[in-house]
Design a protein. Sequence first.
Length: 202
Amino acid sequence: MSKRIYLVASLIAVLILPIYAALRRAESQNQSVRVLHINKALDQRTVIRPSAIPGAGNGLFAAALIKKGQVIGELGGRLVTEKDPAMGNHYIASIPRCAWEETKPYKYLDSKDYGGKVSRANFAPGKINGIETKFQNAEIRQLCHYPYFEFVAVKDIEPGMEIWTSYGPHYGYNRFMYVPAVRDYFCGRLSIDCRKKYTFEP
């Protein structure tokens, strides 16, 4: 009798435990990665290729004419809380407070790996030495409802043009905007010499 019970128990362990373990792994993965999905059709409007900005790596470029007011793309990513290890990276965006009830417990979006093409749009300053640059051709709109972030054209963007925007007032721009090659690139586009005086505004 005890031998039969042992065999049944062993059979249950062989059949059930692997299934249980797989379910636990799936549950763990779902808990660790909450992805905000985006409208991928909008990504057809843009391409990613090397940026004109020195040291910037890749940038976002228009693949077709994008008219002023049109949505360039949506910002997706991994939904995270303030305790997430990714909070130190430069792809973190704050979800608008008015959307927190909808996204709770998540208040941030990590767009590094799941952000869509617009996550590669580079920054260009709005002002240099008090002079309006007019470099930016896109803006980030924060919404109180899904998809929470949209990149919108603020002027007509011709095919092949790089798309530049502002990341807002709280981003850490100093780590790259004071690099001499970056400074000289933007100042050169305005035909001004910034070697003695250089300030910028986002």
